[in-house]
Design a protein around this ligand. Structure first.
Ligand code: FAD
Length: 347
């Protein structure tokens, strides 16, 4: 069967597109759709013209209903919003959410299911794909056709074009920084997609998973979120201590930037690991990325090389970070940062 699938010729994309319908598994917070899920909606729009996009939102309480109204009224490309309201879905645990995606797919027979490559999407989509017996394509950075996608391999050093030849649904996680956010109309009155409740009557019995939600902790900081910031100021092992990172935090504050870190800085305990940028950390693509005391290992570059402008300060003129930097300064960061703080006094 595998061989016959592989050898099968596929209809031209114009024919396929008539049957396209995509389910976007979306995250929401405080009554709004998260930016990474907005990028997933943009990616769904790129799959084909006339693709009908349904957004699946789950959780419980008033913020879920607010997020549903937000998606229905402010995203013109969305044709339907599906709401799954249940206490079991309050927290994004993989087991019940994957069961939910399975249930919704059985009813909706979508040709594609898309989520972002955030912790949320990476947690849920592969499990849902296993339940649906298909192979997901992860970390997509470009949609070249309804079943043709580009994704990075070897820590971003090569790009691979993948043709999906499996059965429906074609399941994707997308890299949010590679898809521009959809346009929000100034006036929301012109568009209102229908909101439907997912029938969960058969759900509660199957959704008792093996994991339990214990607690949610997050840093109380006023700086922008690392994943969405326009400017990111990153420190590496060259900062030498948690105390010295405060210098970088001051610079970030003055620039209205988010703080990032290398894995070496995280492993040495200078900052918590949610600040890690790279292959095993966050992927960022800000307008400006400033790296201080960062050598530029490929695993770090994998998380920031798509930044629009890269500035590097390192006392070693041969550091690999200079190969990707638009502006490089060979110097001691303990002299450079105080000078920058003098010239950029901030608030
Ligand atoms: P170093 O390589 O030690 O570099 C420190 C730099 O600071 C040097 O270039 C030095 O010249 C400079 N310096 C020192 N003092 C000063 C000074 N006073 N002024 C100016 N410059 C100074 N790394 C990540 O960052 N993110 C990841 O997601 C990640 N994932 C990984 C996954 C795997 C599977 C593996 C094997 C590794 C991963 N790494 C990751 C680790 C990566 O390989 C590097 O070890 C790490 O990025 C190095 O961090 P660094 O540049 O801070 O430290």
């Amino acid at each position: 069967t595998l061989r016959s699938l592989r050898n099968r010729s596929f209809p031209p994309s114009s024919l396929i597109s008539r049957f396209m319908s995509t389910l976007v598994v979306a995250e929401h917070e405080g009554g709004s759709i998260n930016q990474s899920s907005l990028s997933a909606i943009a990616a769904a729009g790129a799959i084909s013209e006339g693709n009908s996009i349904s957004v699946l939102l789950a959780g419980s309480g008033s913020s879920l209903q607010e997020a549903a109204s937000h998606a229905a009224s402010s995203l013109p490309s969305v044709s339907q919003v599906l709401v799954a309201d249940s206490d079991i879905l309050t927290h994004p645990l993989a087991e019940p959410w994957a069961d939910l995606v399975h249930l919704v797919q059985q009813k909706g027979s979508y040709s594609h299911i898309v989520s972002s490559s955030s912790s949320f999407g990476k947690n849920i989509l592969p499990r849902a794909a296993a339940l649906l017996d298909v192979s997901p394509i992860t970390d997509v950075i470009r949609v070249s056709g309804p079943r043709l996608f580009v994704r990075p391999i070897y820590a971003g050093n090569a790009l691979c074009t993948v043709q999906y030849t499996g059965a429906d649904p074609c399941m994707l996680t997308i890299r949010a920084t590679s898809f521009a956010l959809p346009q929000m109309p100034a006036e929301s009155k012109s568009h209102a997609a229908p909101i439907s409740q997912v029938d969960l009557s058969t759900f509660s019995e199957v959704a008792l998973g093996k994991s339990r939600w214990l607690k949610h902790t997050s840093l109380e900081i006023e700086r922008p979120d690392l994943g969405n910031a326009r400017i990111v100021v990153t420190g590496g092992r060259g900062l030498k201590s948690a105390e010295n990172f405060k210098l970088l935090e001051k610079l970030a504050e003055n620039l209205g930037a988010a703080v990032g870190a290398t894995r070496a800085a995280v492993d040495d305990g200078y900052v918590p690991n949610e600040l890690q940028v790279g292959q095993t950390g966050k992927i960022v693509a800000p307008e400006l990325y400033m790296a201080f005391g960062v050598s530029g290992a490929i695993q770090h570059l994998a998380g920031m090389r798509d930044s629009k402008v890269i500035v590097a300060v390192n006392k070693d003129g041969d550091a690999p970070i200079f190969q990707v930097a638009d502006y490089g300064l060979v110097g001691d960061l303990f002299q450079v940062i105080p000078e920058l703080l003098e010239k950029l006094p901030g608030k």
